[in-house]
Design a protein around this ligand. Structure first.
Ligand code: URA
Length: 220
């Protein structure tokens, strides 16, 4: 309770323009402290995020896209951020890229979409589908980290370079170098792969994602 109060005060200071993100290390420390103080159930965390106004994306969003799926999923996908359809509906990955992701889940992993959990780096749509800024991503990150902690999946698949970069903090690693690797990410295994939107533009990369998903399937 005390921590929640403190967190609220910090958020208020931030909304007045105080910047407590000084340099990358302290961003991680602040993100850690914030995520420790957040609610410990998915439902309460979802409620909490619905009234978030900590970054500029809250001004233009229609819906907060919290994420959805099995709260006990062994497998979690993390995309970049909601697009237009997701913003309109409040659900992640429901547009064209989402339909492809759903096919991959069903046809390659042989799971149902509702068996996995799907979330994004940021929960509100960046206008024009631009890449979230570091400030937007870092402001939203405590929510995602808490979500991951509550769900406690065995494997996290990051979709695309933005997801991989903001999750790991490795801002300069090309996705093509790490895709398909199994990386230790705290208690979890992280498997980066290409984003479904990239596959829509480059269908020949589907073969790589197919291989990555077979690897994930074998680990489950
Ligand atoms: N792209 C993403 O990264 N996330 C979504 O939810 C939809 C499209």
């Amino acid at each position: 309770m005390q921590q929640l109060k403190l967190l609220k005060q910090l958020y208020q200071l931030k909304s007045f323009g105080y910047d407590y993100f000084d340099e990358p290390r302290s961003v991680e420390r602040v993100a850690d402290a914030q995520h420790t103080a957040l609610p410990n159930t998915l439902e309460a965390l979802r409620e909490y995020t619905l009234s978030c106004h900590l970054c500029g994306l809250s001004k233009t969003r229609k819906h907060v896209v919290f994420g959805e799926g099995n709260p006990h999923a062994k497998l979690m996908f993390v995309g970049e951020g909601p697009g237009e359809m997701e913003d309109n509906t409040g659900r992640p990955f429901v547009g064209r890229a989402g339909q492809l992701l759903t096919k991959i889940i069903e046809n390659v992993l042989e799971l149902r979409r509702e068996d996995v959990y799907i979330a994004n780096i940021v929960k509100c749509r960046p206008p024009g589908n631009r890449v979230p800024t570091p400030e937007e991503a870092n402001t939203c990150k405590p929510y995602l980290l808490k979500q991951i902690e509550i769900i406690s999946p065995q494997i996290i698949v990051s979709l695309g370079s933005t997801s991989y970069r903001y999750l790991t903090g490795e801002m300069h690693t090309p996705i093509s170098r790490v895709r398909g690797e199994v990386i230790d990410f705290g208690k979890y295994k992280l498997v980066p792969t290409f984003h479904p939107s990239y596959l829509l533009r480059n269908p020949s990369a589907k073969r790589d994602v197919y291989q990555d998903m077979l690897k994930v399937k074998a680990m489950l």
